[in-house]
Design a protein around this ligand. Sequence first.
Ligand code: SF4
Length: 232
Amino acid sequence: MMTRQKLFVLEKRILFIISRVKVPAIAKKTFDQLSHVPEFLGVVQFILDKISRVSSPIKRASIIHKAVDEFNAEVFAHPLVQQFSPCKVGCAGCCHTQVSVTSDEAEVLAERVKEGLQINLDRLELQSKVSEESNTFYQLSYSDRRCVFLDNSDACSIYEDRPSVCRTNAVLGDAQQCLVSGETQQLRLVKTSKADMVIYASFLHSKESGSLPFMLMKKLKEKSLSVVSQSA
Ligand code: SF4
């Protein structure tokens, strides 16, 4: 249980940091709605404490992904979600939308490319130039918005290492709604409140964050990686 003083200090710390970072919209909305509830603010504090003691970006990302998965496991196992969520392998509507990542997550993705995973570099470059803003990203055609990690069977080629935002993407209702024009669709999302608080904490902690294409391209350039382009 958090004391009132601890809550006050944490709120001040968050207000200071939030002026400098761009948190994914859904995580921010959840935080704004639930940060007054000690149980939820406690998740943010717990995660910040945990990752601030870890120096490896890969390990920090792994801690975040594990926490997101643990909180999501119960939500996704709920009978109503099981019955009404159409999300499944090969349904890749949400992989044509804007995905934000932390610097740690971009490091994980760049490592996978460094290990030899082939991606479409031309598409990554195109996306990296426009993906920071919704209005320019959603002007791209559906095929140009395709995530570079989607394989030929529309499955995520880095599933175990996928960003935390991807891990919370699940809808209720008709999957056809996901397949047309991205953000303009009124989708009913599965509520993943505690996982959202984990994501919020990870973006607060991150020195830098941004869209997946932009951050990945930046990391690849930093590592001076030669990336092989393919048509997936
Ligand atoms: S990283 Fe994987 S899950 Fe996330 S948008 Fe890309 S293909 Fe989809």
